[in-house]
Design a protein around this ligand. Structure first.
Ligand SMILES: [Zn+2]
Length: 410
């Protein structure tokens, strides 16, 4: 007898299977094409599909001294609402996570407040001794300044001494200073420099939010198995023209000309990770030029809408927001197989809805897609065997825990 049985259609690899998933003690116990008996059975109706719990490897949850922008609580509620079961927290907070005692404070802040599971990061800038003490799940390096203003004075040495996988914001500091509009060259130059270092050091490197044709082609050409990268939904679905109409769309790296957006789509099958770079600000901060776009509550729906338009397949979402994040960041307790956490994202591909950011859980009550009708929606989120979001409602108390990832990696 299982604690919970999810019955319905689910995606396993490339196959859509009709069957049951048995959950015991929060873990997947059995995946079957037949009937399983549970104390509780959740039937997933027609037109809906059970996906493994989707993971967002790039979010800014603010909190600390920036609770007016977002808190761990509102940010992770927003994630559950959008169908995300684990988030990767970025360290350019106020104060930034630059030493092991701030890292411990961050860990404590998540405990009991996070609605999703989470991975914690550490910001590298000449502080590898502290990084080793912190034992983060991943390490962040800014090659040029972004929100928070801190960037690495020596990228190569920070990357070389990082105790685990590095996520890098690749925009060249010198070029940004000369050209504050951050042209494509700022990103491409930095990516090439990062690739050169990766070739030399052969250590895990994840390049964040690639937005340019030259950037993605350089990475693909280098083809280094230990180098991965992310693309954001806003760079896939918006361009510079949208920014010219709406100054709220200021973001680093900036929205690009159509040719760059097209280059991302032309290489879509080779993009390993899609992540939101969810970056909430208060309306006042946005008015004063803060860069960042909230995305946790729209990213999966935008991709489902694109599935309906024939631009990608449902399994692409699973690959780029579950399978690859699990593999690349070495998350040991996630995956759609017996023994792993019973996390699921249930989607309704046919459901039409309108983006109304005033109904979102994030404190950033705006969205680039406000008023847009989308076809496809997340209708349920399950975290370790508990239904924690259904039909836009968050259910129960925060139950998130730290993922088992990357720790102790040399
Ligand atoms: Zn970011």
């Amino acid at each position: 007898m299982y604690d919970l049985v999810l019955k319905g259609k689910f995606l396993k690899g490339r196959k859509l299977i009709d069957g049951s998933i048995g959950v015991l003690d929060g873990k997947i116990s059995r995946i079957s094409t037949g009937e399983l008996k549970g104390e509780e059975t959740v039937r997933i109706g027609r037109g809906k599909v059970i996906l493994p719990g989707l993971i967002d490897v790039h979010v800014h949850l603010r909190d600390f001294r920036q609770r007016s922008k977002e808190t761990i609580r509102t940010g992770t509620m927003s994630a559950l609402h959008g169908g995300i079961t684990a988030v990767f927290d970025m360290p350019n907070t106020d104060p930034p996570v630059l030493d092991s005692s701030t890292f411990r404070r961050r860990e404590a802040a998540f405990s009991g407040r996070a609605y999703t599971d989470y991975a914690l990061s550490f910001l590298l800038n000449g502080n590898c001794d502290e990084a080793k003490k912190a034992q983060a799940d991943f390490y962040k390096i800014f090659m040029g300044a972004s929100t928070g203003g801190i960037f690495s004075s020596d990228f190569e040495s920070d990357y070389f001494c990082a105790p685990g996988i590095v996520s890098v914001h690749a925009e060249d500091a010198g070029l940004i200073q000369k050209k504050p509009e951050r042209p494509p060259e700022a990103e491409i130059t930095a990516i090439k420099r990062a690739l050169k270092a990766a070739e030399k050091f052969r250590k895990p490197l994840n390049i964040c939010h690639v937005s340019t044709g030259g950037g993605i082609s350089s990475i693909l050409r280098a083809s280094l198995p230990w180098v991965s990268f992310e693309v954001t939904p806003h760079h896939l679905f918006l361009t510079k023209k949208d920014y010219e109409r709406n100054p709220l769309l200021k973001v680093y790296p900036p929205l690009r000309a159509e040719e760059h957006r097209r280059a991302l789509w032309e290489n879509f099958s080779r993009i390993p990770i899609i992540a939101s770079d969810h970056a909430p600000h208060t309306p006042e901060d946005k008015e004063n030029g803060a860069a960042g776009i909230p995305g946790l509550e729209t990213e999966v729906a935008l991709l489902l809408d694109a599935v309906n338009r024939g631009m990608l397949e449902l399994q692409d979402i699973v690959e780029k927001m579950h399978g690859n994040p699990v593999r690349i960041f070495g998350i040991r307790n996630k995956g759609l197989e017996a023994g792993k956490d019973a996390d699921f994202t249930v989607v309704d591909l046919k459901k039409e809805w309108m983006v109304k950011p005033e109904e979102f859980y994030t404190k950033a009550k705006w969205s680039p897609w406000e008023g847009r009708k989308l076809r496809g929606k997340v209708v349920m989120t399950v975290l370790r065997g508990n239904v924690v979001m259904e039909e836009d409602e968050i259910i129960g108390n925060p139950q998130g825990g730290r993922v088992d990832a990357g720790k102790g990696r040399a």
